[in-house]
Design a protein around this ligand. Structure first.
Ligand code: NCD
Length: 314
């Protein structure tokens, strides 16, 4: 099974991955048993900066006894001009069983999935999707709220460049939440008509009565310039802080996928305050990635075993 996007994932698969992530957490905390994926090796192809996502995939693999092989653009033949297709084919014929991939081009993991043969997991592709982050966020919400269905979730900030926002809006709306996108006109999707969301240019009305307020990082590296007049003006109008949070429900969850620009998207009080579940999002990221590895390899189990047997006979 590939995990390329939430948009193409059915609600049953989403729910079963969240349930299995909760089981992984329970097992890790209580010393129970988790699937053993020893004998397999997953390639971690990280062609864009990452701390929490890369480390959590590595941690998840270790907990399942899954071997890992980590690559960045520096130190691989991609720096010599090798194409992504050839890199993927090389890894395939060197016997790598699965691929976790972060790439700055939207859609790159789909190309990898065409040529790789084993499961491919999207760890963030350009401005498209970041499915495992949305699963970790949903798991975190599910631990605090009776159900995702019926919740109001405000996603605030640079939605335009955010793959996290895209995966979250699909996931949350598939599970029955009302999703609002909140931010300046220049940082919201230009054609939101096809998205299951409402659009709000004003922070106070956008987060009014919200059960969850998810702030996003200002992705300066993806901005051509001119999208916001100044960062301090953005903070003045859209920062999630004690003052703006008064409009949300008193028990609303404050989330951020990280990395945070403190003082811009969130103030310190809010990032570290009683409503914040940001550290839980990070921790749950490990369990979600365990569940995703288990599902990805379980469904390719028969195939992998058969082809291994064949290879031995040959
Ligand atoms: C995000 C990403 O890389 O898409 N971070 C993450 O993986 N948790 C968000 C961001 O970079 O702003």
């Amino acid at each position: 099974m590939h995990v390329l996007s939430i948009r193409e994932m059915d609600p049953e698969t989403i729910n079963s991955l969240i349930a299995s992530s909760l089981e992984m957490k329970n097992a890790c905390r209580s010393g129970g048993s988790v699937p053993n994926l020893s004998g397999r090796v997953v390639g971690m192809l990280f062609l864009e900066n990452s701390t929490r996502t890369r480390v959590s995939f590595e941690q998840a693999a270790r907990k399942l006894d899954l071997g890992i092989c980590v690559f960045g653009v520096q130190g691989t033949s991609m720096a010599k001009g090798e194409s992504l297709k050839d890199t993927v084919l090389t890894l395939r014929y060197e016997g790598i069983d699965g691929l976790v991939m972060r790439h700055n081009c939207s859609g790159a993991p789909y190309l990898a999935a065409r040529f790789f043969g084993g499961p491919v997991i999207n760890a963030g592709d350009g401005m498209h999707e970041h499915p495992t982050q949305a699963l970790a966020d949903a798991m975190t919400i599910a631990e605090h709220k009776p159900a995702i269905k019926g919740l109001t979730v405000a996603i605030v900030g640079d939605v335009l460049h955010s793959r996290v926002a895209r995966s979250n809006l699909w996931l949350l709306s598939k599970l029955g939440a009302e999703v609002r996108l909140v931010g300046p006109r220049t940082l919201l999707p230009r054609h939101p008509g096809h998205l299951p969301v409402s659009i709000h240019y004003d922070l106070a009305s956008g987060i009014e009565g919200a059960d969850v307020v998810m702030a996003l990082r200002m992705q300066k590296e993806r901005m051509d310039g001119g999208l916001v007049s100044s960062m301090s003006e953005y903070a003045l109008m859209y920062q999630v802080n004690a003052r703006s949070l008064r409009f949300a429900k008193p028990d609303c969850l404050v989330m951020h996928p990280g990395p945070i620009n403190r003082g811009l998207e969130l103030d310190d009080w809010t990032a570290d305050g009683p409503n914040s579940v940001i550290n839980e999002q990070v921790e749950n990221g490990v369990y979600v990635r365990m569940a995703v590895f288990a599902a990805a390899f379980e469904s390719s189990n028969g195939k992998t075993k058969k082809s291994q047997k064949k290879a031995v006979k040959a």
